[in-house]
Design a protein around this ligand. Structure first.
Ligand SMILES: CC(=O)SCCNC(=O)CCNC(=O)[C@H](O)C(C)(C)COP(=O)(O)OP(=O)(O)OC[C@H]1O[C@@H](n2cnc3c(N)ncnc32)[C@H](O)[C@@H]1OP(=O)(O)O
Length: 451
């Protein structure tokens, strides 16, 4: 049975910090970020935006674009690692926001939930819904990956920040992508990147230079929700490489394929925590699949040979054809955690649409990763009519319309010190306030739709 992505939409911040501005203020050579990591702009949420507004706006756009009746949607599954509450899922907020526009109770029989496993939660939500549609081919599901990839100021993650959401309509006989049911998996429990819940004393909060989002006050303690992770960058890269190579091998076994499976893929869609992560890590799989090419490289050590292999014509051709299209948007937005692999998908589809490339019926490969750590590798086939959906997406056009902010505004937004939004919201859901006074509602988030 054909099951997969029938339509797709997105919501991203409308403001960004040019990466060269960040580099200058952090005393980093701009070329390291631009030429070394592929970064150009770092999108950042405005005061009125968060993971709920991104998810709800992307979901509403999808429903309106496809003219779907809410009663047709059996599930809304959200992948995120930026949950705003330890009990009430983002999906519960999204459901009520969608109902506020589409009719009270219109999603009353819809099953909604959040799935969390660092950056791979969106893929978990997708696969869960693919299985559901396989069992219920007459139903429709929406999967939304929504995140705010926020890192500490002056950390090595700072320049990889970004945010946004991608919403996908999952149906039988989909127009864009049809997924096979083979999935390669590799999992290991590690601490490469995580967000422990923390409780701080009032004194610690008072002395803090940051103004963390505030959840609840105990007698002498303030329990806060800190958005930024604890992480070890180089170790997280090693975990990423270990997991993706193991999951790739497992996928070959599961799908009973041998040889260079990636050669069958017109595009390789990887989790991109920053633009060049895919090209910098796929080399490990490429080298294992092409031992003769690796051996032919000059170099004393395997590491030297591997480095030279990244510059070989064979690998550069692979990057240009199969990885580069997914990087275009990543370099303009930054990390979106669970959304990154799907931002890469949108970028790839829009690129091939612009280039008028015929990729109908071709296979694409997905290499997903979530810290903590898990990778999943799977493949899908492009639908015959993918262009008829992508022509209405206006993804690259939206990226071009984003506004640059200065460094001072960026730091104030990061520290939650701005009084007003940088841009006036228009035709979208916004975060209005967070309850601080009413003790039985403390921490509740209030949203509204602004025309
Ligand atoms: C969250 C996850 O998904 S886990 C996997 C990834 N981990 C993360 O994203 C965690 C958060 N991020 C980080 O900690 C960091 O940003 C990292 C680990 C991703 C990158 O670390 P950094 O120390 O900033 O960069 P790193 O040294 O690895 O690479 C810099 C690149 O720029 C290149 N470079 C440096 N200076 C220059 C320059 N002037 N001109 C051109 N290139 C340059 C380097 O050669 C290197 O590229 P290469 O290895 O391909 O040759």
């Amino acid at each position: 049975m054909n099951v997969g992505i029938d339509s797709i939409s997105f919501d991203i911040p409308k403001i960004y910090l040019p990466i060269s501005t960040l580099a200058i203020h952090r005393n980093i050579e701009p070329d390291k970020l631009i030429k070394g990591l592929g970064l150009h702009k770092m999108s950042f949420p405005d005061k009125y935006q968060d993971v709920v507004t991104f998810a709800a706006n992307a979901g509403l756009k999808l429903i309106q674009q496809e003219n779907i009746n809410p009663s047709e949607i059996a599930r809304i599954y959200i992948g995120s690692e930026s949950g705003v509450d330890s009990s009430k899922p983002i999906a519960s907020y999204v459901l009520s926001l969608l109902e506020s526009k589409l009719g009270e109770g219109s999603f009353r029989n819809c099953d909604v939930v959040d799935l969390t496993f660092a950056c791979i939660g969106g893929v978990d939500a997708l696969q869960n819904c693919l299985d559901y549609i396989r069992l219920n081919p007459n139903k429709k599901a929406i999967v939304i990956a929504s995140d705010n990839a926020k890192y500490d100021l002056e950390s090595t993650g700072e320049y990889t920040q970004g945010a946004g959401a991608v919403a996908m309509l999952i149906t039988s006989n989909p127009r864009i992508l049809n997924f096979s049911n083979n999935v390669g998996v590799s999992t290991e429990g590690v601490f490469d990147f995580f967000k422990p819940r923390r409780t701080f004393s009032k004194a610690e909060i008072t002395n803090s230079t940051e103004n963390p989002e505030w959840f609840g006050v105990l007698e002498n303690e303030v329990s806060i929700y800190k958005e930024q992770p604890v992480f070890d960058g180089q170790y997280s890269n090693q975990c990423y490489i270990n997991r993706i190579t193991e999951a790739y091998n497992h996928f070959k076994k599961e799908s009973q394929q041998s040889g260079k499976v990636y050669e069958n893929w017109a595009a390789i869609l990887m989790h991109l925590p920053y633009c060049f992560q895919g090209r910098r890590t796929f080399i490990e799989i490429f080298a294992k699949e092409n031992p003769e090419l690796l051996n032919n490289q000059i170099g004393e050590t395997i590491k030297d040979k591997l480095k030279n292999l990244t510059k070989s014509p064979e690998y550069l051709e692979l990057i240009n054809q199969k990885i580069y299209p997914s990087e275009i948007a990543s370099g303009q937005i930054g990390n979106c955690y669970t959304g990154s692999i799907f931002i890469g998908l949108l970028s790839t589809l829009c690129y091939h649409y612009q280039q008028n490339n015929d990729i109908a019926n071709k296979k694409v490969g997905f290499i997903a990763y979530g810290s903590g750590s898990k990778s999943k590798v799977f493949e899908a086939t492009m639908g015959e009519n993918w262009k008829s959906v992508i022509n209405q997406t206006l993804f690259f056009e939206t990226l071009e319309r984003c506004h640059s902010i200065d460094f001072e505004t960026y730091e104030k937004l990061h520290k939650k010190e701005v009084q007003h939004s940088v841009l006036e919201p228009k035709n979208e859901f916004v975060l209005k306030s967070i309850e601080r006074d009413n003790p039985v509602l403390v921490g509740a988030r209030y949203y509204e739709y602004v025309k």
